[in-house]
Design a protein around this ligand. Structure first.
Ligand code: KG4
Ligand code: ZN
Length: 357
């Protein structure tokens, strides 16, 4: 039996310092041997958002023991690692540089290949860590920095169908939470508060609901919420606003996902309709429930990463590393940190610029 590849994945693009050892079983299914994540929520909480300088400093302090722990917990020796995969972008350049440099240094010291990974591709492939997933598929990427529908044709072969023209969906959750006086990151808290509220209490706008294909917009929603929060006084009103906000987001995603299904089918003509939902916001149970029902209605197979792998982690980075390792796709040690790195590198526009409405 041939030796299975052992990949060290490293993630430091934003406010999670993470390392993981990934391998595969005899059937070629990826397996997680260790997955260590250290979140900086406490560091950034009082500032209401991630402070890049503090985030970078925290990565520098923690990266050594996080990587050591990932190697120790996996039961392997550092020399047995076959390749090191680090997130090279997109993200905060001062943060990316920490994991990138650390990964390159380990690769050089053990004389093994280095692989630069796109963080978004990590999210895209993350469902493979617990289920079967074949190309092509339609991807809805919903995180703190991105909201996109993409046709995924193969490894690193993406075509964008729609994107947000302003705020990302996770950003909308976090900003709404902030207006309701909830500490950063508020997205998961909104889901909890919404359970106690009346989703029909406030009628919120749905920007570009009836135009713009499957492009998205959330900025107008935030403005409307700002106006309402100035008037609300009771906790119950807060719960009602959280519930109304979540319901509005669910309705927007329902409509836009139907459009994305049609565009995906026309563009890719897939033999099988597969819909992957990834990124931090994919942890939201109301969004999951609606999308699973929609998939039933439209004969799509819904694929979600496990909730604990929806947020930023290094297992998904190691997984992309594993796929690239098997294709001998390595990078030089002068590979730069890329604060902007769209999955569809040929797209003429970034973050909605050029979207026709
Ligand atoms: O993918 P991720 O961990 O980091 C980025 O790459 O951005 O996503 C973080 C985002 C944050 O905006 C957070 O508030 C949001 O995901 N989020 C949620 C939930 N869990 C995390 N939003 C809504 N409901 C949740 N349960
Ligand atoms: Zn992420």
């Amino acid at each position: 039996m041939s030796k299975k590849p052992l990949i060290l994945g490293i993630e430091s693009s934003c406010d999670e310092t993470a390392a993981s050892i990934i391998s595969e079983n005899d059937k070629g299914k990826p397996i997680i041997l260790s997955n260590i994540i250290s979140s900086q929520t406490e560091v950034h909480k009082k500032f209401g958002g991630v402070v890049p300088e503090l985030a970078a400093r925290s990565h520098i302090e923690k990266i050594d023991w996080i990587v050591k722990k990932a190697i120790n917990d996996s039961g392997i020796k550092i020399n047995e690692i076959d390749a090191v995969a680090s997130t090279a972008g997109p993200g905060l350049v001062v943060c990316l540089s920490v994991g990138l440099s650390f990964g390159k240094a380990i690769a050089a010291s053990i004389n093994k290949p280095f692989i630069a990974v796109n963080h978004l591709e990590g999210h895209s492939l993350s469902p493979k860590l617990n289920s079967e997933l074949d190309y092509p598929y339609l991807l809805l990427l919903i995180s703190g920095g991105h909201s996109q529908y993409l046709s995924v044709k193969n490894l690193s072969n993406y075509e964008r169908l729609g994107t947000t023209i302003d705020d990302a969906i996770g950003e909308a959750f976090d900003k709404t939470a902030k207006l309701l006086g909830i500490e950063f990151p508020g997205g998961p808290q909104i889901e909890i508060l919404a359970k106690k509220g009346d989703p029909h209490k406030y009628n919120l706008p749905k920007p570009i609901f009836n135009k713009g294909g499957c492009n998205l917009s959330f900025a107008g929603l935030k403005t409307a919420i700002l106006k309402i929060t100035k008037k609300i006084k009771t906790d119950q009103e807060k719960f009602d606003l959280a519930a109304s906000f979540q319901k509005t987001v669910v309705e927007i995603l329902y409509k836009k996902t139907r459009i994305a299904f049609t565009e995906f089918e026309n563009q890719v003509r897939p033999k099988k309709n597969i819909f992957v939902v990834a990124g931090g916001v994919a942890a939201n149970k109301e969004i999951r429930r609606m999308l699973i029902n929609l998939c039933k209605e439209k004969s799509y197979e819904p694929v979600f990463p496990p909730v604990e792998l929806c947020g930023d982690n290094a297992a998904m980075i190691g997984l992309v590393g594993l796929e690239k390792f098997k294709l001998n796709q390595f990078n030089n040690l002068d590979y730069p940190a890329k604060p902007r790195w769209p999955l569809d590198e040929n797209a003429k526009f970034l973050k909605g610029a050029g979207v026709k409405l």
